[in-house]
Structure formats: structure tokens, C-alpha cells
Write a protein that binds this ligand. Structure first.
Ligand SMILES: Cc1cc2nc3c(=O)[nH]c(=O)nc-3n(C[C@H](O)[C@H](O)[C@H](O)COP(=O)(O)OP(=O)(O)OC[C@H]3O[C@@H](n4cnc5c(N)ncnc54)[C@H](O)[C@@H]3O)c2cc1C
Length: 303
């Protein structure tokens, strides 16, 4: 119920204005967001690399209003690859397609993705296309497949809460696509997504097993110790090497677990978001852990 309210509030303009201008909530957001500039993200990436972790950088933003905004986002992504190379960081990049105009024009968006992937390949790097709400799932998969047949430096994300995900995994694997598996962070209807956490988790384990046994390099993105233990067990039982997959976690969440996995010899990549447009990302992080949040909502309604 609280998760659903928080995800609904993530679309509320008045709430967004209050959250982004309030000192306390800005401070809270800094736990999950490296800062507002690329320099902030680079510093956070350096700290992760120094601690033995890989990184994926994300320039925050979604649902742009104009194609010019989408082109500016594309330029920010190109700059990221240049900086990553210049700073000799072990990092790649993640992006959201509605930040690159998917909500405006699919062909236009695909063109921007193609140009970013070509740039990524030039730097011997990779672009991970994040998965957004289910309204965009098919178009995201289509774009990733279309781009991938021309350049393999692209992969995407599958969400275990969607009923369709096993079919999508098979479709993407037929293209040799690298997949990040996550549970899913958006507000979805029971017509398209499992409402019960138990079913989301069971599907996560099922999909994880398909991915790890596929022979391609995939990413298991979760902070859930049970999902991580299931992954480690499956890899050991199937004799899948620790170098043949990676765990991924979000910046600011379960640093203890991140360190433990590195210590145990697993590859761990941290998703580091930065930028000024952090409100929806922050709200999704709060929705994942609503227990801490009563005070935020109380403060808003008591203004
Ligand atoms: C690298 C990465 C990339 C992602 N990319 C996408 C994407 O493209 N599309 C998408 O829909 N979702 C994405 N997600 C989010 C994901 O779908 C989940 O919403 C999120 O990871 C929480 O699920 P969980 O697997 O950690 O399990 P949960 O069962 O939600 O959490 C397990 C435990 O992790 C800790 N935890 C989880 N979230 C938080 C939090 N916000 N604050 C504090 N503690 C927390 C708690 O200890 C919790 O008990 C991504 C997640 C990661 C790690």
C-alpha cells in the first residue's frame, strides 16, 4: 500500500517540487545519488574501483519533453564514455530510453541509442539500456535487438515481476544479448505483473538459473541475500565460474553485502546515478524500503 502510494507520488508535481527544494530530503537523496555533476559521479566511481568494484554510470532523467532534450541527454552519455576512458575507470554506462525520446518517437530514439552504442564500442565499452514501466517493455526490447544486430556493445534489463519476462529472456538470448536481471521498480497492474513478492522472488530465481546456464555473461542485480545465495548455489552446482557473471547493486544500498561479495571473489558492479533530475529515481528507492518513510510523508502533509 505504502509502496504503491510512493510510486504514485513520484508522478506528483507538487510533491516533486517540495522534495527537491527541501534540505532534509535533498540530504536523504544524496544517499542514493552520487551528486549533481559528472565530476561527482566520477569521484564515486573512483572510490568503488578502489574498493574492487566495477561501476555503471547513469545520468538521471526520464520522459523528456522535446527531441532537443533527448539530444542533450545523448551528448551527456557521449561525454561520460570520454571521461571514463580519460580517467581509466572500470566503468560502463546505463541509460533510460524515455530520456532519449522513446516517449516521443521510437525511430528517433533508436537513432540516438545507435549513436551511443557506436561510441561505447569505440571506447571498448558497453551500454546497458535500463527497463522502465511495462508501457515501454516491448519497444525497449525491439530497439535493443535492432541495435544489437549492428553492434553487440548493448544489453538490457529484465524484470522478474512481469509475467512476460521468461518469453522476453528467450527472445533476447536468441540475439546473444547480455541481460541484467532485477525484480522491477515500477507501479504495475496485476494484469501484467505478479502482485505477490513471493512470486516475484520465485520467478527471479527461475530466470537467474536460465541466464546463468545460457553461456552468456549476465548481471544479477539485487540486494536480496536470498537471491544472492540462490545465485551462488546455482553457479557452484553448475560449475559456472565467478568470472562468468556479475552481481550488481545500487549506489548507497547494502554496502556491507557489496564488500562481502568482493571479498569472496565475486564480480560486483555498482550502479551510480548522478544529475539534477533525481526525484523519480529517489522515490523508487524509497518505495523499495517504505519502512523509513513515514516522516517524509507526514512532513509533506503538515507543511
Ligand atoms: C544495479 C541495479 C539496476 C537496476 N535497474 C533496474 C531497471 O532497469 N529497471 C527496474 O525496474 N528496476 C531496476 N532496479 C531496481 C530493482 O528492480 C529493485 O526495485 C531493487 O533492486 C530492489 O529489489 P531487491 O532485488 O534489492 O530486493 P528487495 O526484496 O526489494 O530488497 C531486498 C533487501 O535489499 C535492501 N534494499 C532493497 N532496496 C532498498 C532500498 N531502496 N533502500 C534500502 N535498502 C534496500 C533491503 O535490505 C531489503 O530487505 C535495479 C536494481 C539494481 C540493483
Amino acid at each position: 500500500m505504502l509502496r504503491s502510494t510512493l510510486l504514485k507520488l513520484s508522478e506528483h508535481k507538487g510533491f516533486a517540487k517540495w522534495v527537491t527544494s527541501n534540505g532534509t530530503t535533498r540530504g536523504m537523496a544524496r544517499r542514493f545519488v552520487a551528486g549533481e555533476t559528472l565530476d561527482d559521479a566520477i569521484a564515486a566511481a573512483r572510490a568503488c574501483n578502489d574498493a574492487g568494484m566495477l561501476v555503471t554510470l547513469d545520468y538521471l532523467g526520464e520522459n523528456v519533453a522535446t527531441t532537443a532534450d533527448a539530444q542533450r541527454s545523448r551528448d551527456a552519455y557521449l561525454e561520460m564514455y570520454e571521461r571514463i576512458a580519460k580517467e581509466k575507470l572500470h566503468a560502463n554506462v546505463s541509460c533510460k530510453l524515455t530520456q532519449l525520446g522513446l516517449n516521443l518517437n521510437t525511430d528517433f530514439c533508436q537513432g540516438l541509442v545507435m549513436s551511443i552504442v557506436e561510441f561505447a564500442a569505440h571506447y571498448d565499452s558497453f551500454l546497458r539500456v535500463d527497463m522502465e514501466g511495462s508501457l515501454y517493455t516491448q519497444r525497449t526490447i525491439d530497439i535493443v535487438k535492432n541495435v544489437r544486430v549492428r553492434n553487440p556493445a548493448v544489453g538490457t534489463v529484465i524484470q522478474s515481476y512481469l509475467y512476460r519476462s521468461e518469453t522476453d529472456v528467450a527472445d533476447l538470448l536468441a540475439y546473444g544479448c547480455r541481460i541484467r536481471l532485477c525484480k522491477g521498480a515500477y507501479k504495475e497492474l496485476p494484469e501484467v505483473a505478479y502482485p505477490e513478492k513471493r512470486d516475484v522472488d520465485n520467478n527471479y530465481v527461475h530466470l537467474m538459473q536460465i541466464l546463468l546456464s545460457s553461456g552468456f555473461y549476465h548481471a544479477i542485480a539485487t540486494h536480496d541475500p536470498r537471491m544472492i545465495a540462490a545465485t551462488i548455489r546455482h553457479a557452484a552446482a553448475q560449475r559456472i565460474s565467478k568470472d562468468d557473471f556479475e552481481f550488481q547493486m545500487l549506489y548507497g544500498i547494502r554496502a556491507d553485502l557489496q564488500r562481502r561479495l568482493v571479498r569472496d571473489g565475486y564480480r560486483v558492479r555498482i550502479y551510480i546515478p548522478y544529475g539534477t533530475d533525481w526525484f523519480p529515481y529517489f522515490m523508487r528507492r524509497l518505495a523499495e524500503r517504505p519502512a523509513n518513510l513515514g516522516f517524509l510523508i507526514r512532513n509533506f502533509f503538515q507543511r
